[in-house]
Design a protein around this ligand. Structure first.
Ligand code: ADP
Ligand code: MG
Length: 477
C-alpha cells in the first residue's frame, strides 16, 4: 500500500468512511431521541387518563380502596395502551396491577419516580430489565385537593422501538457499505487518473536512464503532471539532439583524422622498404632525393594532423563547462593593428593586400590571447579564401556600448546556401580548397565559441562575387 494511488484512494476512503459514520450516528441518534420522546409523551397522556379514571375511587374509599374496581380499570387501561398499569396508594404500596396473576399487589415500590410522584410531580425513567429488555416508566400522582394521595405507574416496553432502530441501523449499514464500495471504486479510479501519468513518466525516465533517448510521454491537459511531462519531453528532445550531434561529431573527427593517417601510412610503407612503385608498374629502389620528398610530404601530413588535433583540443577546452578565460582590460584597437602588422608578410606571400580601415579607440574586457586567436582565424580565412590580388581590411569601431570588429574581403564570397553553416564544426564550402590552405574546418567554430564566452556575437555577411565581411560584437568597457 505504498503507491501514491493507493494512498490517495485510502485517504479518500477514510474521509468518506468517517463522513458516513458521522451521518449514520447522528441520524440514528436523532431518530432514537425523537421516537423515545414521542413514546414518553404518549405514555404520559395515557398515564394521565388512567389517573383521571382512578381518582374517584380514592375519594370514596379512604383508606382501604376498592381493589376490584381499580384492578378492572388497570386491566382495561393496560389493554388499550399496551402497558403494564399499577395503581399505588399514598404510601407507595401497590393496590392494583394489570397483570392477571395479581403481580405486585401489596408490595411497596421504592423507585425514585414513585417517590417523586407521591411528592406531587409526574416522573419518568428508563430501565433495562433482565428478560424484558428496555422499559419506560411513567408515574403520575393522584391528587385530592392538590395533595397527592397515590399514583398511577405505567411500565411500557421500548423493545419495539429498539427493534425498529436496529432495522434502520441495519439498512443504513448496508447503504453505507454500498456507498463506501462505490467510493472505493471512484477513489481508485480518480487516483489512477492522477498517478497514471506519473507512472508512465517514471517508466519513460527509467528507459531514458538506460540510454533510450527517444522517450516521449503523452501530455494531457494543463495540470502539474502535464507540465512535468512537457518539461520531460523538452529535456528528452534536447538530450536526444545533443546525443545525435555528439555522434555526428565523433564520426566527423574519425573521418578527418583518417585522411592524414592513411596518407602517412601510404608513404611510410615504401620508405621503410626502401623501394616503391616505379615506372611501368614495376618497383624501384629509392634514392636519397625520393627519400627526402617522401619525408617532406610526411612532415606536411603530420603537421596537418597536429593542427587538427590541436584545434580539436582547443575546441574541447572551450566547450568544457569549466573553461576559464583570463579576463583583462584589452586595447582592442591596438591588438588589431598589431596583428595586421604581424600578418603582413603572410599576406604578401599570398598576394593579398592586408590593411586596416577605421580604427576607433575601444577597450574591452577579455582574454587577450583568445581574442588574438579570433582575429588570426578571421584574417587567415580572408587571405586563404579571398585569393591573390584581393584586399582584406580590418576595422575597429565603437557603436554605443559595443566594440565592433570587422574583417572584410572582396573575394569570391560564400554561396548563400552555405552561409548559415560555416560556423559549424568541420563545415567547409570547398573541402579540398580548405585542406590545401591548411584548414581544419574548426576555425570559425572556435571563433564563435570564444566570442560567446566573452558575451559577444559573431556574424557574417557575404555576397557571391563581391566579398565577405565578418563582424564580431563585444561589450565595450
Ligand atoms: N573570408 C571567407 N571567404 C569565403 N569563404 C570563407 C571565408 N571564411 C570562411 N569561409 C568558408 O568557411 C569555411 C569554414 O571556415 P573555417 O571554420 O575557418 O575552416 P577552414 O578555414 O579550416 O576551412 C571555410 O572552409 C570556407 O569555405
Ligand atoms: Mg579557417
Amino acid at each position: 500500500m505504498k503507491s501514491l494511488a493507493a494512498r490517495l484512494a485510502a485517504t479518500y476512503l477514510l474521509v468518506v468512511f468517517l463522513a458516513l459514520a458521522a451521518v449514520d450516528f447522528l441520524v440514528l441518534g436523532s431518530i432514537e431521541a425523537f421516537t423515545l420522546r414521542q413514546r414518553e409523551i404518549a405514555t404520559f397522556t395515557s398515564t394521565n387518563i388512567a389517573v383521571n379514571q382512578v381518582e374517584p375511587f380514592y375519594r370514596d374509599r379512604q383508606p382501604g380502596i376498592g381493589e376490584t374496581a381499580l384492578i378492572q380499570i388497570a386491566r382495561a387501561h393496560a389493554g388499550q395502551s399496551g402497558s403494564r398499569v399499577l395503581v399505588i396508594d399514598g404510601l407507595g404500596r401497590v393496590v392494583a396491577d394489570s397483570q392477571w396473576s395479581g403481580g405486585l399487589v401489596g408490595r411497596t415500590l421504592t423507585h425514585p419516580e414513585v417517590a417523586r410522584a407521591l411528592a406531587g410531580q409526574s416522573a419518568s425513567g428508563q430501565r433495562y430489565l433482565e428478560g424484558a429488555g428496555r422499559v419506560l416508566y411513567t408515574v403520575a400522582p393522584v391528587l385530592e385537593n392538590k395533595v397527592p394521595v397515590g399514583a398511577v405507574f405505567l411500565s411500557t416496553s421500548l423493545e419495539d422501538i429498539y427493534a425498529g432502530l436496529t432495522d434502520i441501523a441495519r439498512t443504513m449499514l448496508i447503504m453505507s457499505a454500498i456507498a463506501l464500495l462505490v467510493a472505493a471504486l471512484v477513489g481508485l479510479g480518480v487516483a489512477r487518473t492522477i498517478t497514471g501519468p506519473v507512472t508512465r513518466l517514471t517508466r519513460a525516465v527509467e528507459r531514458m536512464g538506460r540510454g533510450e533517448l527517444e522517450q516521449r510521454v503523452r501530455v494531457h491537459g494543463r495540470d502539474e503532471v502535464a507540465t512535468l511531462s512537457r518539461t520531460f519531453n523538452e529535456m528528452a528532445e534536447r538530450l536526444h539532439e545533443e546525443d545525435v550531434r555528439r555522434r555526428e561529431f565523433l564520426a566527423d573527427v574519425a573521418h578527418e583524422l583518417q585522411t592524414p593517417v592513411a596518407s602517412i601510412r601510404a608513404m611510410a610503407e615504401p620508405l621503410a622498404a626502401g623501394r616503391g612503385p616505379g615506372p611501368n608498374g614495376g618497383t624501384r629502389e629509392y634514392d636519397i632525393k625520393t627519400y627526402k620528398e617522401l619525408a617532406h610530404d610526411m612532415e606536411a601530413q603530420s603537421e596537418r594532423l597536429g593542427r587538427l588535433v590541436g584545434d580539436l583540443l582547443e575546441l574541447a577546452r572551450l566547450e568544457s563547462p569549466k573553461v576559464s578565460l583570463t579576463m583583462e582590460d584589452i586595447d582592442l584597437t591596438g591588438l588589431a593593428a598589431g596583428l595586421v602588422r604581424e600578418l603582413k608578410p603572410q599576406a604578401q606571400a599570398a598576394g593579398v593586400d592586408l590593411g586596416t580601415g577605421r580604427l576607433d579607440p575601444v577597450r574591452v574586457t577579455g582574454d587577450g590571447l583568445r581574442l588574438e586567436q579570433v582575429l588570426v582565424n578571421l584574417v587567415t580565412n580572408g587571405l586563404k579564401y579571398a585569393g591573390a590580388g584581393r584586399r582584406v581590411v580590418v576595422e575597429v569601431r565603437r557603436r554605443g556600448s559595443e566594440a565592433v570588429l570587422t574583417v572584410a574581403d572582396n573575394g569570391p564570397g560564400i554561396p548563400s546556401e552555405h552561409v548559415g553553416h560555416i560556423f559549424e564544426r568541420f563545415y567547409r564550402v570547398d573541402r579540398s580548397r580548405s585542406r590545401r590552405g591548411g584548414g581544419t574546418g574548426l576555425g570559425l567554430a572556435i571563433v564563435k565559441r570564444v566570442v560567446e564566452l566573452h558575451g559577444g556575437t559573431v556574424s557574417v555577411r557575404s555576397k557571391e562575387g563581391e566579398g565577405t565581411t565578418f563582424e564580431v560584437v563585444l561589450p565595450a568597457r
